[in-house]
Design a protein around this ligand. Structure first.
Ligand code: ADP
Ligand code: MG
Length: 377
């Protein structure tokens, strides 16, 4: 297999913030970039050579994108298989269609994890209201019910069995009467993730784990490294590497994991693309996740993943803008803090508009700095 060298063109399906930051890293390496996105003024738009307008299931637009590219990758897992297949006629698609088919359906993904001996929390596949009614008591009475397809940042998810939450019928209808998984609600000690990169030639590298703090099912802040005990870190690394090998990953994959109060390490979900919890890799690691995906899909040697300095990020959601214009000047007065905005024009509640990053002598200090900077906004 031969590397795709700088000067070549990379196509990205999806032009959100992940595509944008990947494009910026690719540009630094001397590549040209094209993206496809339903929104002609998507965040990547301003940093790429060309932007093709097309929805995720627009196979023709995907083919148009791929025709001018040497390799295709993606920044969102919900790209239709028909679009991936259409693109594949013109350029290698990394990660490939077989892996994407499994990952983009939560039921297939969970079953795959179980079949491959990976630890997951208790769950049931749901195909009807009656399934849901039977599953919830069987899973202990409190569940997260998640659409099999299409959710992110806690969207397409309903909590059932908690005080004041939705009943079975409402939950089933809220999820559009679509296939779903019901997961037992777990008592979480901590959430971590491991980013792993694998190239077509089989080279594999996994980053030290990140610790992730969610609020209302959306990532609020994240720090690298996670500071979990070394035995647990080893286990998390082993899980992530095993999945990447078994899936024949070409590209990057974030493995989100739960550490439960009773000491279990479970796989939550897989994200076959750059991940919010590794935005801090731009500050913490020798090689950022964005450079790493470029290296991986171009079959270049993978970059060093070791830590230079602990770093943390805090997400900036649209809610902030709805209160008042954020005081970026104040936040940037905190030493070591950087601002990363995605050029989204419409702030909306829960919409990720950007993030702050900070470094520290320790992971705790990095978190402290970034949250302090955020409090000044
Ligand atoms: P998304 O695709 O929106 O990231 P996730 O399945 O990762 O969906 O859920 C988002 C967050 O909701 C998780 O990171 C976690 O904080 C919480 N969550 C999800 N499922 C469970 C569960 N079974 N038990 C406890 N918390 C959960
Ligand atoms: Mg998640």
């Amino acid at each position: 297999m031969s590397a795709i060298l700088p000067g070549a063109t990379i196509g990205i399906l999806g032009g959100g913030q992940l595509g944008r930051m990947t494009a910026m890293a690719a540009r630094s390496l001397g590549y040209r970039i094209q993206v496809m996105d339903p929104d002609p003024s998507c965040p990547a738009r301003f940093v790429v050579d060309a932007c093709f307008e097309g929805s995720w299931d627009d196979a023709r637009a995907a083919a148009d994108l791929a025709r001018g590219c040497d390799v295709i990758t993606l920044e969102i897992e919900q790209i239709a298989l028909s679009s991936l297949s259409a693109a594949e006629k013109y350029a290698p698609v990394r990660p490939g269609v077989a892996m994407m088919r499994i990952i983009q359906d939560r039921i297939l993904q969970k079953n795959w994890l179980v079949e491959h001996g990976l630890p997951v929390g208790e769950f049931r596949a749901i195909h009807s209201e009656a399934d849901l009614q039977a599953a919830v008591p069987a899973l202990g009475g409190r569940c997260f019910v998640k659409s099999a397809r299409g959710g992110y940042d806690g969207r397409s998810q309903v909590k059932v069995g908690f005080d004041g939450t939705t009943g079975f019928s409402d939950a089933w209808h809220l999820l559009g009467q679509n296939p779903a998984v019901a997961e037992k609600a777990l008592d979480l000690e901590k959430e971590i993730s491991v980013m792993v990169a694998r190239s077509p030639n089989g080279e594999l590298k996994s980053y030290p784990s990140a610790a992730n703090h969610h609020e209302h099912q959306i990532l609020a802040w994240s720090v690298i490294p996670s500071s979990v005990p070394s035995a647990l870190e080893e286990k998390a690394q082993e899980i992530a590497r095993h999945i990447a090998e078994q899936m024949n990953l070409e590209g990057v994959l974030a493995v989100e994991m739960f550490l439960t109060k009773d000491g279990l390490l479970l796989v939550n979900e897989l994200a076959p693309r750059p991940h919010n919890s590794y935005h801090a890799s731009e500050r913490a690691c020798v090689t950022s996740q964005f450079e790493q995906i470029v290296r991986a899909v171009c079959d270049l040697p993978l970059g060093d993943v070791s830590i230079v300095k602990p770093a943390a990020i805090a997400n900036l959601l649209g809610d902030l803008w709805l209160e008042h214009e954020p005081r970026f000047d104040q936040a940037l007065s905190v030493p070591g803090v950087r601002l990363h905005l995605y050029e989204k024009h419409q702030p909306r509640a829960g919409r990720k508009m950007g993030h702050l990053s900070a470094i520290g002598e320790t992971p705790d200090e990095a978190v402290e700095h970034v949250l302090h900077a955020k409090s000044l906004l």
